[in-house]
Write a protein that binds this ligand. Structure first.
Ligand code: FMN
Length: 321
C-alpha cells in the first residue's frame, strides 16, 4: 500500500542516524509527535539477506513505531536488495528506504551508500527491479550528487519513473560531507519536475526554520536537531497548523524524558545496554543549569537506572535550591 500520498501535509520524517535512531529513541519521538515517519539506521542488505543475527536485532521495532516505520537498506547488488526486501516484508515494516546518501569512507569504498550516485543509470535500473519485486513502497534517501549536482534532476526523474514512492534529499553532495550549508534551492528544483512526495533535509534546527524551508516541498526530514530537541517535530506540526508552540521543555520535563528513554531502552534490550545507549544522548542534552557539566560527567558513568534516577534527584534539588 502506497501510504506516502495519503499522509498529513507537510510530511515530517525523523532522519535515519546510525547509533541514534534506534527503536527506543524512535518510539519516544513518535510518542511526542504521532505523525512522524520513522526510519531505521542504515542496514546492510547483504547481512540481512544472510539473516545475520545482529542485523535482525537492529531492524526490530515496537508496535508503537508502526504507521509508518521503514527499514533503510544499503548495498549495491540487485539480488541482495531483492532478498533483503523479503526479510523486510516478513518482519512487517511499512516501507523500504534505500540509502544513496551515506558519505562514510567505509561505505563508499565498497561502492555502497552515496557511491551509487556515481553510476546513476545502473542504480536506477537496480531500484526499478526492487520496486517490481516487493509489495512494499520503496523510497530513496540521497544527496545532491557525489562530486556535484549535475545529474540531480535527471536521476530523480528516472527514479520516479522507476516507481519509487517518495524521495528525501539532503541538500549537500557527498564531497561536502557535512561542510557548508544544505542547498535547498536544488531540492525545490527537483519538486518542480516530480509528482511523488519530495522531502527536504539538511540543517533544520527549529520549527521556524522548517516553516521557512518547506516552500513547494511535501515534507521535512530532521536529524541532528532532534537529538538536542526531541520536541522539534511536535513544534513543527504546531507551527504548520498555526498553533502556539510548545515551549522548550524545562529541566523536570527533560529528566522525565530521559527516564522514559531509559525504560524503553531497557525494555528493548536490557538495563546495561540502556545506560550505554543513553550516554550518547546525555552528551547532547541537560545543559544550562548549575554544574550541568559535572552532572553530565557523572551520568556518563552510570550503569543502572536507579543510579541515574539518584543523580536526577540531585539535579532537581540542586537546581531548585
Ligand atoms: C550520527 C549520524 C548518523 C547518520 N546515519 C545515517 C544513516 O544511517 N542513514 C542515512 O541515510 N543518513 C544518515 N545520516 C544523515 C542524516 O540522516 C541527515 O541526512 C543529515 O544529518 C542531515 O540532516 P540534519 O541536518 O537534519 O542532521 C546520519 C547523520 C548523523 C549525524
Amino acid at each position: 500500500m502506497n501510504f506516502w500520498k495519503k499522509l498529513k501535509h507537510p510530511i515530517l520524517v525523523l532522519a535515519p542516524m546510525a547509533g541514534y535512531t534506534e527503536s527506543p529513541f524512535r518510539r519516544l519521538i513518535k510518542e511526542l509527535e504521532p505523525s512522524v515517519i520513522l526510519v531505521s539506521e542504515l542496514i546492510s542488505a547483504e547481512a540481512l539477506r544472510r539473516k545475520n543475527e545482529k542485523t535482525l536485532r537492529m531492524i526490530e521495532f515496537t508496535p508503537q513505531e508502526k504507521h509508518y516505520y521503514g527499514i533503510q537498506l544499503f548495498g549495491n547488488e540487485e539480488s541482495c536488495f531483492l532478498d533483503a526486501a523479503k526479510e523486510v516484508e516478513k518482519i512487517g515494516a511499512d516501507f523500504i528506504d534505500l540509502n544513496l546518501g551515506c558519505p562514510s569512507p567505509k561505505i563508499i569504498n565498497s561502492g555502497h551508500g552515496s557511491a551509487l550516485l556515481k553510476n546513476p543509470l545502473s542504480t536506477v535500473k537496480m531500484i526499478e527491479a526492487l520496486v517490481k519485486n516487493t509489495s512494499l513502497p520503496v523510497s530513496v534517501k540521497m544527496r545532491l550528487g557525489f562530486y556535484d549536482d549535475n545529474d540531480l534532476l535527471e536521476t530523480t526523474k528516472n527514479l520516479e519513473n522507476a516507481g519509487i514512492s517518495a524521495i528525501a534529499i539532503h541538500g549537500r553532495t557527498t564531497k561536502q560531507r557535512f561542510s557548508g550549508t544544505a542547498d535547498w534551492e536544488k531540492i525545490y528544483a527537483v519538486k518542480n519536475i516530480l509528482n511523488i512526495p519530495v522531502i527536504g533535509n539538511g540543517d533544520i534546527t527549529s520549527a521556524q526554520i522548517a516553516k521557512e524551508r518547506l516552500q513547494n516541498l511535501d515534507g521535512i526530514m530532521i536529524g541532528r536537531a532532534s537529538i538536542r530537541n526531541p520536541w522539534i517535530f511536535k513544534q513543527c506540526r504546531e507551527i504548520f497548523e498555526g498553533k502556539p508552540l510548545t515551549p522548550k521543555p524545562n529541566l523536570e520535563q527533560q529528566l522525565a524524558f530521559f527516564k522514559r528513554h531509559a525504560t524503553f531502552a531497557s525494555e528493548f534490550k536490557n538495563e546495561k545496554w540502556a545506560m550505554l545507549e543513553l550516554r550518547k544522548h546525555f552528551a547532547h542534552f541537560l545543559r544550562g543549569f548549575p554544574n550541568a557539566a559535572q552532572f553530565r560527567d557523572r551520568l556518563m558513568r552510570v550503569e543502572t537506572q536507579s543510579e541515574m534516577n539518584k543523580i536526577f534527584e540531585e539535579i532537581s534539588t540542586h537546581s531548585n535550591s
